[in-house]
Design a protein around this ligand. Sequence first.
Ligand SMILES: [Zn+2]
Length: 497
Amino acid sequence: MTRTAGPPSQTHDLVLRGGRVLDPETGHDALADVGVTGGTITAVSARPLVGRRTLDVRGLVVAPGFIDMHSHSHDVAGHRLQAMDGVTTALELEAGLSPVDEGYRQAAAEGRPLNYGFSASWCQARMAAVGGLPHGGGMHAALGLLGNPAWQREATGTQVDEMLELLRLDLAAGALGIGVVVGYAPRVKPEEYLAVSRLAAESGRPTYTHARDLVEQFPDVPIDGAHEIARAAAETGVHAHYCHITSTSRLHSDKVMRLMDDTRAEGGRISTEAYPYGAGMTAIGAAFLAPELLAATGLTPDGIVHAATGERMANAERLREVRAEDPAGLAIAHFLNEADPFEQSLIDRALLHPSTVVGSDAMPLTWTNGRPDPLAWPLPPTAVTHPRTSGTFAKVLRRYVRELGALTLLEAVSRSSFGPARILQDSVPAMRRKGRVQPGCDADLIVFDADTVTDRATYEHSTRPSLGFAHVLVGGVPVVQDGTLCLDALPGRPVRA
Ligand SMILES: [Zn+2]
């Protein structure tokens, strides 16, 4: 098969020679040369291509770079860890940013290894309009205020209007939809969630939701968190993306997946995402980590580990103290036990469901000495995070393709690249050129060894980069070369609606 954009004799800037080329959209899975010129794939050909530069990738897989729909890792250090895990586009959609332009401007000014993009943040808009708190300040400001009750309180009609106006401005600025972490303010009125969904639907962009609690967890919740998402899709026509479905559904994941299937069958536009770990990570001051609420969701204080100190919460009293001292401090929360076969099977089933894409929920680094050094590489031991930041995508290849044989390589690659591109492309046309290895598409490409690619990050050693990705190209520019990070490479471009 030959699929070339220009004449066969064309000389490409770069030729990836003789790899096993996977294109999830067409199902192509065969040996081929891939030509790249500038930032674009210029040929995929079974016959040898001519390049000014040639990389011999025989024995390796050539695939579209992974598109992470759920990355809170906005800085260079976080992007580097994700690049080593095969990611070429890291999008902040669940939390989002408001004002969204702040995020785009900062990333453009500083430069980023990976492509980046942001949704509008319901939470930051609410912090300003309802909480009377400062508007903006990025992810760190948002994490700092996440546990502050001021923004979680009931809103007046005028306040909701003000908040919607801020979100409207963000959508006009190119936000990729609206991130709604309603699970962090679980007492807000269901009407407000519907109004936000309606605004997103009107703009033709999705919502990305961290669901509120389920009725099984809290019988008095204003509306069941899963039902709320299904209802919004049905009543407003919004495309509702259900973030990290196991981390909020926990023991009820099977039931929630079925409800989403039913909603889709009735015409609702629902997409789902999961990561392959049984623990979450968030600000220890988050509403749902209050000691008196843990039991209902199956958590215990000793399942919560403060990242900055490594301290496991001995009891409810200690948890209360740490929440008061360092509400923005990140903590690992073990909500499903990976050592328990049944609980692990819930994660597996959600991840293997045909409609699920892989999203890492990559977190910002915590610096245990209090002195961030985001340009240091390799990362010093004072940088810690959740292993999902470093290892999600390689873990999917290791566990589900190689160890369990539950996914073909093409399926696993599809869930990590083409799947997210397809979810986004109706509202973000730029995504039609991503997640594919076809002439005319963006040269966001990864080259890896399918037999050895593996995650190495653990809860104890959370910033160990994955191994096995030989080359990672972002817009044709190497950010990883021969398995080594390119320290100066900042080819990341903004993705906007
Ligand atoms: Zn979340």
